[in-house]
Design a protein around this ligand. Structure first.
Ligand code: HEM
Length: 132
């Protein structure tokens, strides 16, 4: 009976524990992922530019929040917070150029800039979130 209780307790702990040490960062990135989906879906549709611009602005704000967080890979000493912040700032810079392109109605340029952000996103994940 004691063993059964122990097994149930361990199973419950495993199921309810969060895989992430930093829940805030996971939530912010999740929000960024939703923005990303909207932006990627409508980037070449000029009739949606007002909505895409609002979403890119939101993405930039979320990155400000992400920069205040410490990913597990930095907490463990494998990476540095300065590098984490610099890469996120790089994405913000490109996102600001993306805003300008959309404001100018230049969706072709916007598509190219989104592809630059995708590369930075993938590199950032490979370096700072390698298990996923
Ligand atoms: C537009 C760019 C980006 C988008 C849309 C994005 C999106 C996401 C998404 C959807 C997740 C999974 C969240 C979850 O459901 O748990 C994630 C996780 C993560 N991303 Fe990003 N990301 C971006 C850029 C970056 C960059 C540049 C870096 C690093 C400099 C980065 C670092 C991380 C880390 C460390 C995690 C794991 C967080 C954790 O759960 O502890 N991301 N990101």
């Amino acid at each position: 009976m004691k063993t059964l209780i122990l097994v149930i307790a361990l199973a419950t702990a495993t199921l309810t524990s969060n895989a992430y040490a930093n829940d805030n960062l996971a939530a912010i990135m999740k929000h960024m992922g939703a923005d990303w989906k909207t932006i990627a879906t409508q980037i070449s549709d000029a009739t949606k530019n007002a909505s895409t611009i609002a979403t890119v602005n939101d993405l930039i704000q979320q990155i400000n929040l992400a920069k205040q967080e410490t990913p597990d890979t930095v907490a463990s000493g494998a990476q540095t917070e300065a590098d984490f912040q610099a890469q996120l700032t790089g994405v913000q810079t490109t996102a600001t150029q993306l805003l300008a392109a959309l404001q100018a109605g230049d969706n072709a340029t916007a598509v190219g800039l989104l592809s630059t952000i995708k590369t930075a996103k993938d590199n950032g994940h490979n370096q700072f979130d390698p298990q996923n």
